[in-house]
Design a binder for this molecule. Structure first.
Ligand code: SF4
Length: 255
């Protein structure tokens, strides 16, 4: 397994060929020197979330939108292929206080430069109890929400939510959010969420949330915690097939 990757050092990065999203132009609205996240996932490709506030000042929406406009202009002039624009980057994008303003601004810039590209977000789903976050999510074209654990104990062990997150409230909020795609990472080795009982509980929980579809995948980069290994493709496919058979919810495997 390769090492963890460095943080993104620009507001717009890529496009990167994503296994799940195509050519995705990433947007990082968080600091470039410090991961800012509401989770501390054992498999995070950026390494651990460090304790304490970021020493770097958070850029507010006007400055970020200026930088995004300039990067979009450059990519459009260079003829860059952009299938989608994704708020992701150095942590959890829903923690940014100007999220709604940013989503509105990014969609306006998208309309001008890449009208065919969907604007989406990768989120750990821990901030869904905040009305401004739900309003911002509703404005997006695509909502990819992390859902690796089917119960509180597994969630605390592998996603290690920080702050006041509550598992049952998060599941209820996910179920209330229309038109979402769940992204579920299955890992083995030092941390394993592929056991029979957990997969059965995960199928039942996804059945309650009723997302539009589910992306089933595994680690492909270095991880924060040592000893985590990939789940073989056949095992991922068996999990996806089990979900489809039990719930009728479409599930796709990316390995
Ligand atoms: S939510 Fe994403 S950025 Fe945050 S710790 Fe987990 S994998 Fe890393």
């Amino acid at each position: 397994m390769p090492d963890t990757i460095p943080l993104q050092d620009t507001t717009v990065y890529g496009p990167i060929p994503s296994r799940r999203l195509g050519w995705s132009l990433g947007i990082n609205v968080l600091p470039s020197s410090h991961k800012v996240c509401s989770s501390n996932c054992v498999y995070c490709q950026y390494g651990w979330t460090l304790p304490g506030p970021s020493p770097e000042r958070l850029k507010r929406a006007p400055q970020l939108l200026e930088e995004i406009a300039e990067a979009f202009r450059r990519h459009a002039e260079e003829g860059t292929r952009v299938d989608c624009i994704t708020l992701a980057g150095n942590g959890e994008p829903t923690l940014h206080p100007d999220l709604e303003e940013l989503v509105i601004g990014i969609k306006r810039l998208r309309d001008a430069r890449f009208p065919g590209a969907a604007v989406g977000i990768l989120s750990d789903a821990t901030q869904l109890d905040r009305p401004p976050v739900r309003r911002a999510l509703a404005l997006l074209d695509a909502r990819y929400m992390k859902f690796d654990a089917a119960d509180e104990a597994t969630w605390r062990r592998i996603n290690q939510p920080l702050g006041r997150a509550d598992f049952r409230a998060m599941v209820a909020a996910l179920a209330a959010l229309p038109d979402i795609v769940l992204q579920s990472l299955f890992m083995q080795g030092a941390y394993d969420n592929t056991g029979e009982a957990h997969v059965q509980a995960w199928v039942e929980a996804v059945g309650l949330i009723r997302p539009r579809s589910v992306h089933v995948y595994t680690v492909d980069r270095g991880t924060a915690a040592p000893g985590i290994t990939e789940t073989p493709r056949e095992a991922l496919q068996a999990i996806a097939d089990r979900l489809i058979a039990a719930t009728g919810i479409p599930a796709e495997v990316f390995d």
